[in-house]
Design a protein around this ligand. Structure first.
Ligand code: NAP
Length: 262
């Protein structure tokens, strides 16, 4: 920091997103909603995509507009290849500065009963759609000389998990994909990284939290002693989307209350 720069201006130069256009998939609820609000608070206009993203009023629109930023809703079911391709083509034409591939789904069943349909659905949404969006938006970022892409990994990018083989496969692969894209695009000014949330209180984990034994088992392993709130994850994503992360490439950043440290 130079003596002529105020602390606020210095912080803004590192973390401010004024004038940026950010896409958050799965922005309608859970972690995606918290990320959209956080990026808007830092100054970005937001495009929120989701399977059931309302064109009109929504919690995420209200949260973004409360920070004086614009909100553009786009509806796309990322388990449908045509809809994913159409969304990707749309976004590639909009000069997107930041892409947060947050949308994700989970199907729980023992491996021996995990159907082809369950496995394919989860991999389609969590991995293939994220790749297609990153490829199309990333190509445009490379052409324009910069951008930030943040994928969503998981503790199950590092561990096997229980009764979620399709989910674990998708989240382990997204960590590899993040590194593969980073290797190609780091020299072109595009940062590709991933955030790896621990156990967050959202619809995704409702079943676990409603099972007292499983909930206790999970809580007892988290050094922080609590489930994460969606807002706990958003700050790390803001960092990865900001100039402060210009030299961060191919990282999978855990935000897990210490889970992996155990
Ligand atoms: P959530 O509350 O269940 O929200 C999932 C979001 O993904 C929703 O906005 C949903 O859109 C969107 N989505 C799901 N299927 C979709 C599809 N076919 N097409 C388009 N959008 C779809 O889950 P969350 O906990 O916030 O999860 C967000 C991300 O974090 C996911 O990638 C998840 O795997 C990951 N994650 C979560 C945890 C956790 O503990 N919660 C831990 C590690 C990683 P609609 O609202 O339109 O349905």
């Amino acid at each position: 920091m130079t003596t002529t720069t105020s602390p606020a201006a210095y912080t803004e130069s590192l973390f401010g997103l004024a004038g940026r256009l950010a896409v958050v998939t799965g922005a309608g609820r859970g972690i995606g909603l918290a990320i959209a609000e956080c990026l808007a608070a830092a100054g970005a206009d937001i495009i929120g995509a989701g399977a059931r993203m309302p064109a009109g009023e929504s919690a995420v629109r209200a949260a973004v507009e409360a920070h004086g930023r614009t909100f553009t809703p786009l509806q796309a079911d990322l388990s449908d290849r045509e809809q994913t391709a159409a969304l990707a083509a749309d976004l590639a034409g909009r000069d997107v500065d930041i892409l947060v591939n947050n949308a994700g789904t989970i199907r729980r069943s023992p491996a021996a009963e995990h159907t082809d349909a369950d496995f394919d659905h989860v991999v389609e949404v969590n991995l293939r759609a994220a790749f297609v969006l990153a490829r199309e938006v990333g190509r445009s970022m490379v052409r324009r000389g910069g951008g930030k892409i943040v994928n969503t990994a998981s503790m199950l990018s590092f561990q096997g998990g229980v009764r979620v083989p399709g989910y674990t496969a998708s989240k382990s692969a997204i960590a590899g994909l993040t590194k593969a894209l980073a290797n190609e695009w780091a020299s072109r000014g595009v940062n590709v990284n991933a955030v790896a949330p621990g156990y967050v209180a959202t619809d995704n984990t409702r079943e676990l939290r409603e099972d007292p034994a499983r909930s206790q088992e999970i809580l007892s392993r988290i050094p922080a002693g609590r489930w994460a709130a969606p807002s706990d994850i958003a700050g790390a994503v803001l960092f990865l989307c900001s100039r402060a992360a210009d030299y961060v490439h191919g990282a999978v950043v855990p935000v897990d209350g210490g889970w992996l440290a155990r």
